[in-house]
Design a protein around this ligand. Sequence first.
Ligand code: ADP
Ligand code: MG
Length: 468
Amino acid sequence: MKLNVDALRYLSKDDFRVLTAVEMGMRNHEIVPAELVDRIASLKHGGTYKVLKNLLKHKLLHHDSSKYDGFRLTYLGYDFLAIKALVNRGVFLSVGRQIGVGKESDIFEVATEDGTVLAMKLHRLGRVSFRAVKSKRDYLRHRSSFNWLYLSRLAAVKEFAFMKALEEHGFPVPNAVDCNRHCVIMSLVQGYPLVQVKQLQNPEMVFERIIGLVIRLAEHGLIHCDFNEFNIMIDDDEKVTMIDFPQMVSVDHRNAQMYFDRDVECVFKFFRKRFNMSFHEIPDDIDDSEVDMDESGRPCFSSIAKGSGFLDKDLAASGFTRKDQEDIEKFVEGGIEKDADSGDEENEDGGLASELNESDISGVDSLHLVEQPTLNCDVDGRGEENEQKAEAGQTNGPETQDASDEEEDNETMISKDAELTKRLRNQNRRVIASVRGGRKNLASRNTYKDKGGRSSHNSKIQKQLSSW
Ligand code: ADP
Ligand code: MG
């Protein structure tokens, strides 16, 4: 997917406020009613309609009027929210060329203030495998257009947590820099995916290193599950770096043996085909591990002294919980179809999306960027920079809140949001009923109209958004 960040320069505080309001609304709406967006955003001087039109023009939102007048974020809209949050945190300043297209991600170069180039991975669950699984199983029937938001975020959180933990345990992985929403920032690997490498000085040594990694991962309680020539990078010194971790599982997983054998097989197959390797002379002390090899030279999963606790301790510490792991595994294995089959309208928009975290919406306040001549898509905050900074400084932005405050805010907001949602749903039903009955309903024509000054809107949401 093309990522044109030019529009970021021209978007105002109100634009981002409304974009964030749509994101918040998507926690429990597939399509967020325009009126709810208006209420959540509560623009000081009104004008949500105009802002929504502008966001539509830039393809940051999608308009859907099939059931009622509403909006949802596009991937681009979600990209912009993540990029702006990371830029505001000072993680990077500008976005450059695309360097990779994965099955379920787009990878770009980004540059920091001091000119360091990093890699930005934008997760795009739902692009390939999600749809494939969906078409097979027809699960998430009503939810496909907003579940990607939660699932892509989960994939990013998981990838970031694993990368950090693996790095701390001395594995050759990119340095995990930061993460926001569905976006992971990591160091740029100097090298090429193994799939592009036609010749190696020392294929046996590289092979041993790679198989050694699969074994060492298992010794640490992990299986990569997508360990192949696309996810192994190799540099000019034939140093190996592994990437792409959202699908990793624990050695306790019920299919662990199968996943382990599959990873091993991928490597064997690739080296046999590409480098004409035969495997009877592979030493059985790869990576100093005491692992039994079977008659074909493949490491036996059962003989590995598998570690434990890696997932629970290290990963939980970096924010990825066992529950997150279970959710993403369910997604990968298509195990959540029963939710979609419930047919319960009230629940239709609950579930996964409602777990989007408030903290993810936070911190998207001021934008202050400078030109980076080496990269082609610079993002610039223009004139509003100082005004925004000043405002952000005055308010106690959500990122500076402590965790318990934030939790409380979340709960209050969710309950108030639910109340509002219920009322809006009833209102929508009335509107639909009256339209079906042939009567022209005033409310349906005025959906976008600014309803400024309402006392019922959520003060917590106001607080969350006040840093715009
Ligand atoms: P996916 O999960 O979609 O397969 P990957 O993480 O495998 O995504 O990345 C896709 C491609 O992007 C890789 O094959 C590689 O070419 C490139 N890439 C990913 N991460 C980096 C990085 N840190 N440095 C350099 N290139 C990268
Ligand atoms: Mg990959």
